[in-house]
Design a protein around this ligand. Structure first.
Ligand SMILES: [Fe+2]
Ligand SMILES: [Fe+2]
Length: 412
């Protein structure tokens, strides 16, 4: 009852509208900014830079909205301390510096040999991830905002490697892997793209479309990286597998081996598959030469939409892995909030279209849903309501983007 009153009150508070044609460049707003469909498109305190405004306009957005009262009244279903980042900025900076030191040590050698990754550097990395884990384990009620501000593209691999390392350690801790595995997931994350130091910077930083040959060179990085680490006595099989397999996918479109579903599930260990999701999350939330960074909410939606389902042509991750990633880190990455909500339309792994009827606080990807079509997408005469927590074989395989749905609707 009280939540109904809150909703009514919220509706009465006028939203503030920002016109992207007149807003002052580099304005910073201390609230999340929404598009007209209620999606957060610019996160709290993000400067509205010229490229960002240009990008937003190119996607058809003319106005952004925020509502100070609503922002303050936001629910935090996970009960996290949303004012506290699990790692402070100096710890994140230290992690980035370490990634730089480890990766640059190879670049600095004339012949790019594995010898440049000295046992000392590996030991230092283990010690560093161990320290990070101490913080993570002592601040389990906080949120985590991966570092995503690049001064130049050459910083990308350092910052990204550091993010993947922290996310890997965090995920290992949340999933209660033993301490050794937690540390190895963090160390593997720091080393995962080590092969990129052998790919020409000009290709990695290229702003225009890559040629087929350039793609091929980039796709060599897992194998190149593996050649660098395979004989290391300090690194375990898990870290080496992370380097080699982090771009394999269950739909056969990964690399370097293009494993099919069976080879993927048979050869790529769970910890490596989870690291691949951390890798994807970090990539999505960092700006690149060809696109803006996605918000945590959007990145989590993209990851959920990449889940393997029979009706999809392209699917990047196994359902159980996505579930573990989202249940463990979803709230923590999205500042204690759900990343989709009641009323949104989804497609189930079994093929039907459904509407979210009620969210589940503890299991955010297992809400109650109302099926509105059958598997052939024919409307049901009588909608069927299902609690996805009680139907473990069915899961949400796609969340429709509201703006795409409106556009699709207006064309028909
Ligand atoms: Fe990679
Ligand atoms: Fe990566």
């Amino acid at each position: 009852m009280s939540s109904d009153i809150n909703n009514l009150l919220r509706d009465k508070i006028p939203e503030i509208q920002l016109d992207l044609n007149t807003v002052k460049i580099d304005t910073t707003v201390p609230f999340d900014l929404y598009d007209e469909y209620g999606n957060v498109v610019v996160e709290i305190n993000t400067p509205l830079t010229e490229p960002l405004i240009k990008h937003l306009k190119s996607t058809g957005i003319k106005y952004l909205y925020y509502n100070p009262a609503q922002s303050k009244a936001k629910e935090n279903p996970a009960g996290l301390d949303t004012g506290k980042n699990v790692l402070d900025e100096s710890q994140q900076k230290e992690s980035i510096d370490l990634a730089k030191e480890v990766l640059d040590s190879i670049k600095s050698t004339i012949d790019f040999t594995p010898k440049s990754i000295t046992p000392d550097k590996i030991k230092k990395t283990y010690k560093h991830v161990d320290d990070i884990l101490n913080h993570i384990e002592n601040n389990s009620d906080s949120i985590f905002i991966p570092f995503n501000k690049l001064k130049s593209m050459s910083e990308y691999t350092y910052i990204h490697s550091s993010n993947v390392s922290i996310l890997g350690a965090l995920l290992g801790a949340r999933l209660e892997y033993n301490r050794t595995v937690r540390v190895r997931m963090g160390v593997g994350g720091l080393f995962h793209d080590i092969g990129k130091v052998l790919v020409d910077d000009k290709i990695l930083n290229k702003e225009s479309q890559l040629t087929e040959d350039e793609f091929r060179l980039i796709r060599n990085h897992p194998q190149l990286g593996y050649n660098l680490v395979k004989d290391s006595r300090e690194l375990s099989t898990l870290e080496k597998s992370i380097v080699l397999f982090h771009h394999e996918r269950p739909d056969g479109q990964g690399y370097p081996f293009k494993y099919d579903y069976n080879s993927y599930t048979g050869n790529v260990p769970k910890e490596v598959r989870l690291l691949s999701i951390c890798d994807a999350y970090s990539s999505l939330t960092i700006k690149t030469p060809y696109r803006e960074a996605f918000s945590p909410k959007k990145a989590l939606r993209i990851i959920l939409n990449s889940v393997y389902a029979p009706f999809k042509k392209k699917s990047q991750f196994l359902p159980a892995d996505v579930r573990d990633f989202i249940r463990s880190l979803g709230f923590m990455l999205n500042k204690g909030e759900y990343f989709f909500e009641k009323g949104e339309t989804v497609r189930l792994s079994s093929g039907e279209i459904a509407v979210i009827e009620e969210m589940n606080r503890l299991y955010p990807i297992n809400p109650k849903i109302r099926m509105i079509t059958n598997k052939q997408l024919k409307a049901l005469d009588r909608p069927v309501t299902i609690d996805l927590l009680r139907e473990p074989s069915i899961f949400i395989a796609h969340i429709f983007d509201r703006s795409t749905m409106v556009q699709a609707g207006s064309k028909s």
